[in-house]
Design a protein around this ligand. Structure first.
Ligand SMILES: Nc1ncnc2c1ncn2[C@@H]1O[C@H](COP(=O)(O)OP(=O)(O)OP(=O)(O)O)[C@@H](O)[C@H]1O
Ligand SMILES: [Mg+2]
Length: 359
């Protein structure tokens, strides 16, 4: 594996350096000890040059010594962000070391699929261009009946297909009702639910008691947020969940900027894809008109033509990535979200302000 073959973009994504980074192969850095150390690759943030990721190619026969040395020299150079690029499975000792030293492993064998397939709907995933990241909170917004819950179900099934366990927390529907409906889709919910790859969780009525007084005092607000998000994180960790949907988020929050900001910040879960849904009311993107500011991205769903059932999804916000702002047209059938792109204008892959002239 030559250095050129390391997916530098992937390393930058993993550490959320966005597109603002520089990189150097076989980089030499002088450590605090005065010794000059060489790294296979160093990726540096353009925004803050003190943010550096040291990368080790996991190729040698003695990876254990390599990892130990890599960790030591990164420490000497004051670099805490470390990645190990591999193209094979690590053995137990190597895995333990990597965990102990807080080194992120990047498996180059299957990066394309796991990184860019979020909904399993080709056009929508392509429009997102890999901009949706694990560890952030994204929102699917739209009026009733537009397809928010269906989008969540498909997102979980798509995860299950690639071996990622998922859960949906229902805040305003009975679990039995949700399951009965989701089972009628033919894209595989029923099988994955039965196998336990998808969990369905209901929000209990206890939430109302817990929510009491959250607006009156800072202390009770903090208690509520840490209790609820703590409970969610516990479920995620216990069931080893990689994809979570909260549908809708509204009953968990109150109409207050600081509250929503703090809640969403606390809700983000490392390594987990998290989507929340919201009906629209005070703004065309959310219930209270504030949720959209605090999430990392928003996909807006709308009915385009009520007669034919044609709908459209528009990415209206997606932090730290390039995405296609042109709407994606679809219908919902028993097969789930079906692209209707053929019925509409062809999509331009570049800017929608320009049109290519052809003779
Ligand atoms: N099992 C199904 N088979 C076929 N079509 C379905 C199925 N379930 C839902 N639909 C269609 O998808 C549409 C969107 O439903 P969905 O429950 O995803 O909307 P929603 O945005 O979550 O609505 P709400 O805000 O009321 O929860 C429905 O109006 C219906 O036309
Ligand atoms: Mg719904």
């Amino acid at each position: 594996m030559p250095v050129e073959s390391i997916n530098v973009q992937r390393v930058a994504e993993e550490f959320e350096l966005d597109s603002e980074f520089t990189w150097a192969a076989d980089a030499k850095i002088t450590g605090k000890s005065g010794a000059v150390h060489k790294f296979d690759l160093v990726v540096t943030s353009k925004k803050d040059e003190s943010v550096k990721v040291a990368v080790l190619k996991g190729i040698s026969d003695d990876l254990v010594s390599d990892i130990m040395k890599f960790n030591a020299i990164a420490g000497d150079c004051g670099i805490s962000l470390k990645a190990l690029v591999i193209e094979k499975d690590l053995d137990q000792t190597e895995t333990n070391l990597v965990h102990m030293y807080n080194i992120v492993t990047i498996d180059q064998r299957n990066v394309t699929r796991s990184k860019s397939v979020v909904f399993g709907v080709k056009e929508l995933d392509e429009s997102l261009g890999g901009a949706m990241r694990r560890g952030n909170v994204y929102m699917i917004a739209g009026k009733t009946g537009v397809g928010k819950t269906t989008t969540c179900t498909q997102f979980l099934v798509e995860g299950a297909i690639i071996g990622e366990r998922g859960a949906i927390i229902l805040t305003d529907t009975r679990g039995s009702e949700y399951i009965a409906n989701a089972k009628t889709f033919t894209f595989g919910f029923e099988e994955y639910y039965k196998e336990g790859m998808i969990e369905v969780i209901e929000l209990s009525d206890r939430i109302r008691e817990l929510k009491e007084g959250v607006l009156e005092s800072l202390k009770s607000r903090e208690r509520y947020i840490s209790k609820l998000t703590g409970e969610i994180k516990r479920i995620i960790a216990e069931s080893r969940i990689s994809r979570l949907a909260i549908d809708p988020i509204t009953p968990m929050i109150v109409e207050n900027d600081d509250f929503v900001n703090q809640f969403i910040m606390n809700l983000a879960i490392p390594d987990t894809y998290l989507i929340v849904t919201s009906p629209v009311m005070k703004s065309d993107l959310s219930m209270y008109g504030i949720e959209e500011y605090f999430v990392s991205g928003v996909i807006k769903l709308e009915v385009d033509d009520p007669t034919s059932g044609l709908r459209k999804a528009t990415i209206v916000k997606m932090r730290g990535g390039s995405y296609n702002p042109y709407p994606f047209y679809f219908k919902i059938t028993t097969k789930g979200i079906i692209s209707s792109q053929a019925d509409t204008e062809p999509r331009s892959s570049g800017s929608s302000f320009f049109k290519k002239v052809e003779e």
